[in-house]
Design a protein around this ligand. Structure first.
Ligand code: 6R9
Length: 655
């Protein structure tokens, strides 16, 4: 359970004076406008923020709920909205992206240059036969090329699916297979923390695993110049495909509901879900939240530290800031290289004014700063900052206060933004010039978003009483379906007992007096490790796929000071229970195996071996007991249904 503090921070007067949403009354007025005529509210904003090729005549179509449609008879192009439109309104020479490489080299591109690059890639993709509706998997590190590749797909109506560069060949294969992609865009390598890590070689490995027969082309961006193998007929250098192409490219005008991208995320079963987003509704919310939550203005320098492999990178790097004609940072490296002052140095060097990062990064940088003044924010000039943001997991009040005081100099509001891959953009968040802040609370719903807390039957629970977080009405940037699995979409997000509300999968509580929301954590079998969603079942399947060693495995989370939650695995081997050095050696083999199956982020921190797992008489694993053991707590729960009580002592021993 996360706690909230009781200190209240009111928005700074100078910010209130100039903010897009200025003062709490303005926030309330927007909420009222949405409540009074929901369709008209979203319709107004969709006309104001997006250029439509063909204007829509209907906002929400709920005739096939929960398969909602927004702005369905309108047509647009997302890349046109992010690039051409800005050039047309005179921002051609404005810097769109300031890219800082791992080693510190800086490259800037203007809106005109980015548009030209995107057009060349788009033309290159078209020349290879990639067309509207085709899926393109992007497996590349943080780069201008990565953002441009996504925009190029959007330009020709191809549906991108970005796979985070930390995922293994097996995970990449599974995603390529599920999307049925025709092409992969990758790089020869990625550079992180001074090291080159392979990308193209992993694509080769993924494709060799089989099941990726739909792939016709692999396009490789040159990053490190490392030796790679090229398969004749299939693999091409991006430069050879794109550089000679014209720098203009007619956009594909697509219907608002045309899928813009698929992004895989963990659910409570083993198989990741391909979350499908639309073009019109998604772009609207990405742009609108960037405008109101971050109060983005023409002269801001915006920096979202997320990777484009996660939804935060999609909405707040590739789409939102560009749709508004903003200037943003794209950073290739890691926060601790060459030292843990890197973020602060970059804020100083680039005069960043809006900074958006994850609690896990803040917590690890606090530790480093407390140990070494040289990497403490006080050793840098951070006076350019005006707004700070947090995303991905609950931010504990102590980390919030530190972030506010030492990074924000006590002047900058922190927007603690609650949202999900499925929601496309912010759902519950303060607006910096409007909402008084309480550390540990994501405060109130974004105007027009109808979050609520209910019980198992969908009835509202009173403030002060925790429950299930739902969204009562559909909203423009919501998930449209799980790619290829409408049934799973309905089951996961619109369970029959919840009265047609969207089920977020998180628990939450509202403050009795203020109605402020605090997220209390997932209510399903999904863990949040350093802000990354990991399904316990996914990790369990990875463990049992080591068929030589593993008979059975159960995975739970336990609280961790830095990463929020840590993965703890209980494993029954096909051989006698190991102890001491043998246990350590096998734990390493299994950790590496999970790294290979899913990716390094899924490696369990703790692996414990038992002769068995605690089970009910009907054979169900009692995870609540495992959670207590993982935390090192005494077992106080009822164990009367447990078939094999002695196993608890054995699993509690550290081996
Ligand atoms: C954007 C993103 C979604 C899950 C979500 C919740 C947790 C995200 C949060 C937060 C508390 C916040 N979460 N933001 N919990 N406070 N401000 O992170 O998407 O990777 O899909 O994760 O993350 O548990 O359900 P995603």
């Amino acid at each position: 359970m996360s706690e909230t503090s009781h200190t209240i921070y009111t928005p700074p007067a100078d910010l209130v004076a100039t903010a897009h949403v200025s003062g709490f009354a303005a926030y309330e007025a927007l909420c009222k406008e949405a409540e009074a005529d929901y369709g008209a509210y979203w319709g107004r904003l969709a006309r104001e923020l997006i250029s439509w090729k063909k204007p829509f005549t209907q906002t929400l179509d709920d005739s096939q709920a929960p398969f909602f449609k927004w702005f369905a008879d309108g047509t647009l192009n997302v890349s046109y909205n992010c690039l051409d439109r800005n050039v047309e309104r005179g921002l051609g020479n404005k810097t769109a992206i300031i890219f800082e490489a791992d080693g510190g080299e800086v490259t800037k591109v203007s809106y005109s240059q980015l548009l030209a690059k995107v057009c060349q890639i788009a033309n290159g993709l078209r020349s290879l036969g990639v067309k509207k509706g085709d899926r393109v998997v992007i497996y590349i590190a943080m780069s201008i090329d990565g953002v441009a590749a996504m925009q190029a797909c959007a330009r020709i109506g191809a549906i991108h699916s970005v796979v985070f560069g930390g995922f293994s060949a097996q995970s990449l294969r599974d995603r390529i297979n599920d999307t049925g992609a025709v092409a992969v865009i990758t790089a020869d390598c990625q550079v992180r923390g001074g090291k080159q890590l392979p990308l193209k070689a992993i694509v080769d490995e993924a494709l060799a695993l089989g099941g990726c027969e739909s792939i016709q082309n692999v396009l490789v961006v040159k990053r490190g110049g490392n030796a790679i193998s090229m398969t004749e007929g299939r693999d091409k250098w991006m430069a050879d495909v794109a550089d000679a192409q014209p720098t203009t490219c007619e956009p594909e005008w697509v219907e608002a509901e045309h899928p813009l991208f698929l992004l895989y995320t963990s659910g409570s079963t083993g198989k990741p879900k391909g979350v499908q987003h639309s073009s019109g509704g998604y772009l609207l919310h990405a742009a609108l939240t960037t405008k109101w939550t971050f109060d983005l203005k023409a002269d801001d320098v915006f920096w979202c530290t997320a990777d484009i492999g996660w939804v935060t990178g999609h909405s707040y790097i590739t789409y939102g800031p560009l749709a508004l004609g903003g200037t943003e940072i794209v950073f290739e490296g890691v926060p601790t290289y060459p030292d843990a002052g890197r973020f602060w140095k970059m804020i100083q060097d680039h005069k960043v004014s809006i900074f958006y990062t994850a609690p896990t990064a803040i917590r690890s940088l606090i530790k480093a700063a407390e140990a070494n003044d040289a990497v403490h924010p006080k050793s840098y000039d951070l006076s350019s900052l005006r707004i700070l943001g947090s995303v991905g997991e609950p931010i504990n009040p102590a980390a919030w206060e530190w972030y506010h005081k030492h990074v924000g100099g006590g002047r900058c509001p922190i927007v603690d933004t609650f949202w999900q891959t499925e929601t496309g953009g912010h759902m519950i968040t303060p607006l910096p010039g409007a909402t008084p802040l309480v550390p540990g609370s994501c405060t109130l719903p974004f105007p027009g978003i109808t979050t609520a807390i209910v019980d198992e039957t969908g009835n509202d629970v009173p403030n002060g009483q925790g429950g299930i977080l739902v969204v009562k009405k559909p909203w423009p940037s919501m998930i449209r379906t799980i790619w290829g699995d409408n049934e799973r979409f309905v089951k996961s997000y619109y369970p029959a007992e919840l009265k047609g509300y969207y089920l977020a999968g998180d628990g939450a509580i509202r403050d009795e007096k203020t109605g402020y929301f605090t997220i209390t954590g997932r209510i399903d079998d999904v863990l949040n490790v350093s802000g990354h969603r990991m399904g316990t079942m996914e990790i369990e399947s990875a463990l049992v796929s080591h068929t030589e060693l593993v008979a059975e495995a159960a995975v739970v989370g336990r609280p961790d000071d830095t990463t929020g939650e840590a993965i703890c695995a209980f494993v029954v081997l096909k051989r006698p229970r190991p102890t001491g050095d043998e246990a350590k050696a096998i734990a390493k083999i299994l950790r590496d195996h999970v790294g290979k199956e899913i990716g390094p982020i899924a490696k369990p921190k703790d692996i414990r071996f038992g002769d068995n797992l605690p089970k009910t008489r009907s054979g169900k694993i009692m995870r609540r007991l495992l959670r207590s053991i993982a935390k090192g707590e005494a077992i106080t729960q009822d164990t009367s249904t447990l078939e094999n009580p002695a196993i608890l002592d054995q699993l509690s021993e550290n081996n």
